[in-house]
Design a binder for this molecule. Structure first.
Ligand code: KG4
Ligand code: ZN
Length: 355
């Protein structure tokens, strides 16, 4: 059984091929991602109209390459299902992937498996082995249930308790900006390029002995960590950075200190909330997913999260290439949810879809 997966919810045009018998350890056969970062950089963020145009240009070559890399034919003879992200995301971007999937499904008479983008991110930790000429990894330690999942991306930040495949209990989410969005906005304030996460992280890494700086010039809040529940809020943190730096002429060292302290504020907040939820629900595993899971400091801290929890849950963090948007995670999510397969007439985009 093979699945061709398509993802175009934001600014990455992606396709992948997955093989496997349902939930029996599906294997990734190919994964292709065409990034549009250079097209959006001059606008300091994703320009939706340009994103959909770029998806339109890239979608066919990206699908062709994913099929070729997997040893599959263009006539989709050996493909059994087509999986596609139907939401949430930018409507003009989603429409390109969904229309491509529906067209292929109609022409080659294949069923479609619609996948929610967050569910896709969750399944980035369920990808087993993969290797091609420029990308190898192996993961034979899949998350056990119940699993506490921290989703941190540009469009969403929240904690989900996963009781089984497809069984999600939302514990909390951001009331305003997502963590990745805060990275992107603070990067703009510091005059750094889009996407802000990797840019801030690179500047923050130039810090030397921050803990030895006696009089820290910058100190930002760790929002909501002492409030009941598991919600997040990052817009106040971004505003705190704005008010702190707006009348100052920052030199290079200032920028490094702001980037470092901001990143620590985000990481500490995410870790504090995750730990509180872990202590309450005592999950068997802890999973980190979403674009911000590419962040080195967050990965380091998340990896240590189980150390002071008495029941020692297993920790799962995707390979960095599978942290940001890709179609491999969509194909794997689909392999675990073959029951969602339907005909192309029943597939619609939903830009505000929830888990
Ligand atoms: O999951 P993703 O690729 O797209 C959405 O579903 O939103 O996440 C993109 C977000 C952006 O906000 C980007 O700045 C952030 O992930 N990001 C990072 C890093 N790499 C990407 N944030 C912090 N550190 C990184 N290394
Ligand atoms: Zn995403």
């Amino acid at each position: 059984m093979k699945i061709l997966a398509i993802e175009t919810s934001c600014d990455e045009t992606a396709a992948a091929v997955v093989e496997g018998e349902g939930r029996a350890s599906p294997r990734l056969l190919s994964s292709v991602v065409a990034s549009q970062i250079d097209l959006h950089q001059k606008y300091g963020g994703v320009f939706p109209e340009i994103a959909s145009r770029a998806h339109t240009e890239k979608i066919v070559p990206v699908i062709e390459k994913a099929l070729k890399d997997a040893g599959s034919k263009k006539d989709l003879n050996d493909i059994d299902n087509i999986a596609v992200t139907f939401g949430p995301g930018l409507i003009g971007s989603l429409l390109v992937g969904v229309t491509a999937a529906k067209t292929l499904a109609y022409v080659f008479n294949k069923p479609i498996i619609p996948i929610n983008h967050w569910e896709g991110h969750i399944y980035s930790n369920f990808i087993g082995e993969f290797s091609n000429s420029n990308f190898q990894f192996s993961n034979n330690n899949l998350p056990k249930f119940p699993s506490l999942v921290l989703i941190v991306s540009g469009g969403h930040t929240g904690l989900v308790l996963m009781h089984g495949h497809g069984k999600y209990q939302a514990l909390g989410q951001t009331r305003d900006d997502a963590a990745g969005e805060a990275f992107d906005k603070v990067a703009k304030l510091l005059g750094l390029p889009y996407p802000g996460g990797p840019a801030i992280s690179a500047v923050a890494e130039r810090i030397k002995n921050y803990e030895l700086i006696i009089k820290k010039k910058y100190r930002f809040p760790r929002p909501m960590i002492n409030e009941p529940g598991f919600d997040f809020s990052f817009s106040g943190l971004k505003t705190a950075v704005f008010y702190d730096i707006r009348d100052k002429k920052l030199n290079e060292q200032d920028k490094i200190e702001v980037a470092y302290e901001f990143q620590e504020a985000i990481v500490e907040t995410l870790m504090a909330r995750t730990k509180q939820a872990a202590e309450k629900y005592q999950p068997a595993s802890l999973c980190l997913v979403g674009g911000v899971s590419a962040n080195k400091r967050l990965r380091e801290e998340f990896a240590k999260l189980g150390d002071d929890l008495s029941w020692r849950p297993s920790i799962h963090i995707p390979d960095i290439k599978l942290s940001t948007d890709n179609a491999a995670m969509i194909g794997i999510a689909a392999a675990y949810h073959l029951e969602k397969a339907t005909t192309w007439q029943n597939i619609n985009t939903d830009a505000n879809s929830r888990l």
